[in-house]
Design a protein around this ligand. Sequence first.
Ligand SMILES: [Zn+2]
Length: 136
Amino acid sequence: MLPLPELTAENTAFWTGGERGELMIALCDACGKAVHPPQLLCPACGSQQVAPRAMAGTGTIHTFTVNHQPWLPDMAVPFVLAVVDLDDAPGVRVTTRMIDCDPQAVRIGQRVTIAFEQSGDVWLPLWRPIAEGEAA
Ligand SMILES: [Zn+2]
């Protein structure tokens, strides 16, 4: 639906982790900082000990927008783009599309979990709401 990202040494883990159902975020082994978007060098301490790690894949909506404009002919609207604070990577926000949700019901502070959609060599990370009472 959106143009696919080009895979690089830095971002391959992020874009292909969905094959195993894992949200991969690069972490610096030297200082512990999460490095996102992924880079091979830690911007905080300059260490090259940066490696992708599987996250829990849960978070909280920081902000969102409802898109009503079909940017491409096959794009279904409206859809929600959400900026999500990850539970286990402080400071990291992942922006992506929401699925399985009523755009009218999305709210800031809502709990979400990752879901993946394969498109060629890439597993797009998408967010879906965590249902009331669902363990996550
Ligand atoms: Zn570092």
